[in-house]
Design a protein around this ligand. Structure first.
Ligand code: ME8
Length: 468
C-alpha cells in the first residue's frame, strides 16, 4: 500500500551562497525522496531558508541592504544550486512566507494561553553565529565554543518558554520512541544532557525587529529558532498537505541536533502537536582535513563542487565516501579517484562494453541467473536505514560481477545472445537502484537500454586527470 513520506532539510541561513555542507544534507534528502517515489509512496520533500534573526539582520546591514532585500537577493542562489544538483523538492519555504508567519503566531498564542510562556529578564550570553544562548560556563575564554568569537553579554526583558517543565515528558518521549534520535550513537549524549536538567529558554528578543512579532506583545520578536523549527509544521498546514504531518524524518547536521531533538519536541508537546518520527543527524565534512570556514576561505561552494567531475559524481562521492552519520573529509583528489575508479572504470565501462556488443549482436530472453547475484533485499534495507555508503558498495560489487561475467563468458568471441540478455536486464536494474543517487546518468542508461535498438552511446563518465 502506498504510504506518505515527508522528508525535510534544515532551512539554511541565506547569509551567503550555499556550500558543500548544505549540498550534502539536501542531496541526501533528495535521495530519500526519490527512493520513496520508486516505492510508490506519496512524497513531500521540503527545503528552504531561515530568513529571520540577528545573524541575517547583521549580514544585511553589512551589505547595506534591508534584511528582506538581502535575503530576496540570496534565495535565487539557493534555488539555482539545488536545480544544478538535480534536487527535486516540493516546496522551498522561507520563514518570511505569510502562511508560515501566521502559524508561528498562532502557536505562540496557544503556548502562551497554556501558561508555558512567561515574562522575565534574560541575563547571559548570546552567540549570533549560532543564534544560541550560552551560560558563562559554556564559553571558552569568554568565546563561543563553536565560532570562537566573543559572545555578546545580554541583560534584557524577554519572554521565556518553560523548557524545564518538559524534562520528564521529553525523557518519556525518547523512551517511547527509541528511533527518534538517530543515529543511535547521538542518542545517549542528548539524553544525558536532558537528564542533567533543562533551563527555561528565552524565546523573544526586544532589541531588534527582524522577526515575527509575539502576538501577545508586539514589542518583542520571536527567537529565530522557535520561528525556524516550525517551518516543518507550517508547510503541512496548506490544503492537501495536512496528511504529511508528522514528518517521517528531519535530516540535519550534527551541529543542530540539540535544537531538533530537545527544543523542537518540547515546543510541539506544549502546543499539543504530534512529534516527528525521526531526527537523523549526519556528520560534519572537513575540506582537505581542515574545518570548513568561510572566513578563512576553506570552503567549497556548489558550483565548485559540480565543476570537479560533474553533478552525479559529486552526489555519488558525498554519499559513498563516508557513512551518513559519520564525519568525512572532502578533497578534490578523493572525489576524482572515485569518479575515475568507480563511475568511469566500473559502471561506465560496463555500459560501454555491453551496449557495443548488443548493438552488433542479437539478444535472447532467458532466465536471469546473473541478476540473482544482486542483493536487492540487503540494498533496500541499507537505504531504509540511511546506510547509503553500504548500499552503493553493494550495487558496485554487483557491477564488478557483471564486468567479470563479460570477461569470463568471453563475450567478444561467443556473442552469446542469452548472456547479453542477462546483462541488459541487469544493467536496467542497476540503473533503477542508482537513480536516487545519480539520476541524470541513470536516466540516460535506462533510455539507452530500453530502446528497441540498443546502441553504443556516449561515454557517461569521462576519466579526469588529477593535477594537484
Ligand atoms: O543551522 N558538513 O542553518 P545553516 C556537513 N538555519 N554539513 C554541513 C556543514 C559541514 N561542514 N556545514 C553546514 C542553520 N552543514 C539553521 C537551521 S533548521 C530549523 C534551522 C549543513 O545555514 C548541515 O545540515 O547554518 C547543518 O545542519 C546545516 O548545513 C546548517 O545550515
Amino acid at each position: 500500500m502506498a504510504k506518505k513520506f515527508y522528508v525535510t532539510t534544515p532551512i539554511y541561513y541565506p547569509n551567503d551562497i550555499p556550500h558543500i555542507g548544505h549540498a550534502y544534507t539536501t542531496i541526501a534528502a533528495d535521495i530519500l525522496a526519490r527512493w520513496h517515489k520508486i516505492k510508490g509512496d506519496e512524497v513531500f520533500f521540503l527545503t528552504g531558508t531561515d530568513d529571520h534573526g540577528k545573524k541575517i539582520a547583521q549580514a544585511a546591514e553589512k551589505a547595506g541592504k534591508t534584511p528582506k532585500r538581502f535575503t530576496d537577493d540570496l534565495i535565487p542562489k539557493f534555488k539555482n544550486a539545488w536545480k544544478k544538483l538535480n534536487i527535486e523538492y516540493d516546496r522551498f519555504i522561507r520563514t518570511t512566507d505569510k502562511d508560515h508567519e501566521k502559524i508561528v503566531s498562532e502557536v505562540l498564542q496557544k503556548v502562551y494561553d497554556k501558561g508555558d510562556i512567561y515574562k522575565g529578564v534574560y541575563e547571559g550570553f548570546y552567540c549570533t553565529g549560532c543564534e544560541a544562548y550560552y551560560t558563562e560556563k559554556d564559553l571558552v575564554d569568554g568565546k563561543c565554543p563553536v565560532h570562537k568569537t566573543k559572545a555578546e553579554k545580554l541583560k534584557e526583558e524577554s519572554y521565556f518558554f518553560k523548557l524545564s517543565k518538559y524534562q520528564k515528558p521529553l525523557l518519556k518521549f525518547y523512551k517511547e520512541n527509541p528511533d527518534f534520535i538517530s543515529p543511535k550513537k547521538r542518542k545517549q549524549e542528548i539524553i544525558n544532557r536532558v537528564k542533567e536538567g533543562l533551563r527555561d529558554l528565552s524565546i523573544s528578543r526586544a532589541n531588534f525587529d527582524w522577526g515575527i512579532p509575539l502576538p501577545f506583545d508586539k514589542k518583542h520578536v520571536c527567537y529565530v529558532w522557535f520561528d525556524a523549527l516550525f517551518n516543518y509544521y507550517s508547510a503541512t498546514r496548506q490544503k492537501g498537505k495536512e496528511k504529511f504531518w508528522p514528518a517521517d524524518v528531519h535530516l540535519i547536521g550534527k551541529d543542530i541536533s540539540w535544537f531538533h531533538c530537545v527544543y523542537w519536541p518540547a515546543f510541539l508537546i506544549s502546543a499539543g502537536i504530534k512529534c516527528p518520527e525521526k531526527v537523523f543527524s549526519h556528520g560534519w565534512w572537513t575540506f582537505d582535513k581542515e574545518k570548513i570556514s568561510k572566513s578563512r576561505g576553506r570552503v567549497i561552494n556548489v558550483d565548485e563542487l559540480i565543476s570537479i567531475a560533474g553533478v552525479d559524481s559529486a552526489r555519488y562521492f558525498l554519499l559513498r565516501a563516508t557513512p551518513f552519520g559519520d564525519d568525512g573529509d572532502f578533497s578534490k583528489e578523493a572525489l576524482i579517484k572515485r569518479h575515475n575508479g568507480e563511475l568511469a572504470n566500473k559502471l561506465g565501462n560496463l555500459i560501454l562494453r555491453v551496449s557495443a556488443l548488443i548493438e552488433k549482436n542479437r539478444i535472447e530472453k532467458t532466465e536471469n541467473k546473473l541478476l540473482r547475484k544482486l542483493k536487492v533485499k540487503q540494498i533496500t534495507e541499507f537505504i531504509d536505514n540511511y546506510q547509503f555508503d553500504k548500499a552503493l558498495s553493494d550495487i558496485f560489487s554487483f557491477i564488478d560481477v557483471c564486468n567479470e561475467y563479460v570477461q569470463n563468458k568471453k563475450l567478444w568471441e561467443t556473442k552469446d545472445k542469452k548472456v547479453l540478455f542477462e546483462l541488459k536486464e541487469s544493467i536496467l536494474k542497476i540503473a533503477d537502484l542508482l537513480w536516487p543517487f545519480i539520476p541524470e546518468s541513470s536516466e540516460k542508461i535506462k533510455k539507452q537500454f530500453s530502446a528497441k535498438k540498443i546502441k553504443k552511446g556516449e561515454i557517461l563518465f569521462k576519466k579526469i586527470k588529477w593535477k594537484p
